[in-house]
Ligand binder design. Structure first.
Ligand code: AMP
Length: 210
């Protein structure tokens, strides 16, 4: 199954994607995680991407396309993938549709996680990342285990000003993809992402089983 998790930054795509990936045995392809890995590793790709990421802007489509193409060719993605944070605009959606068609696949479903803007800004303020594993926690809703907490950090692009820009970019470029997939006849499941993690996960699994 090829599945897209759509939603604003901070809507819970990463958290839900990780749980779904475990449940369904399908890898999560999260372009944001891949870019952060590249930045940490100091690769040429990471060097190119960092400025855009720190400003909350989208990294150029060509960079993302090459990265996803390579990742999709890995054996673990042979039967499907859960896309998190990708596609982010109409051009990326078109190239993903084409890439999947080339291997006899298509997007089977879109899960659209809806969360209020105010909630998002609040969530992002409490978000902490473990730099060693890339796992994301929240000081209130999903605190890191005591032994991990001391090394957790705030992502540089989670500061409020950058979050606001990321929300603008999301509204302008990414939110219209809901309509793109609806028009393409792909089932789009809208889920209230403002609820506890387990409730959201339960609903998504129920929807996908139908
Ligand atoms: P995320 O972790 O998905 O919120 O992504 C963090 C940042 O990485 C974004 O604000 C963008 O700068 C960049 N990024 C991640 N995925 C994409 C994508 N599909 N297209 C363009 N830029 C991306």
């Amino acid at each position: 199954m090829d599945l897209i998790l759509l939603g604003a930054p901070g809507a819970g795509k990463g958290t839900q994607g990780a749980l779904l990936s475990e449940k369904l045995g399908t890898p999560k392809i999260a372009t944001g995680d891949m870019l952060r890995d590249a930045v940490r590793a100091g690769t040429e790709l990471g060097r190119q991407a960092k400025g855009y990421m720190d400003a909350g802007e989208l990294v150029p489509d060509a960079v993302i396309l090459g990265m996803v193409r390579e990742r999709l060719a890995q054996p673990d993605a042979a039967n499907g993938a859960i896309f998190d944070g990708y596609p982010r605009n109409a051009a990326q959606a078109a190239s993903l549709d084409e890439m999947l068609a080339g291997i006899g696949r298509r997007i089977d479903a879109v899960v659209y996680l809806e969360v209020d803007d105010d909630d998002i800004v609040r969530r992002m303020g409490g978000r902490r990342t473990d730099p060693e594993t890339g796992l994301v926690y929240h000081v209130e809703h999903n605190p890191p285990p005591a032994e991990i907490a001391p090394r957790c950090v705030i992502r540089p692009d989670d500061v409020e000003e950058t979050v606001r820009n990321r929300l603008d970019v999301y509204r302008r470029s990414t939110a219209p993809l809901v309509e793109h997939y609806r028009q393409a006849g792909v089932p789009v499941h809208t889920v209230d992402g403002g609820r506890p993690i387990e409730a959201v996960q339960g609903e998504i699994l129920g929807l996908l089983e139908r």
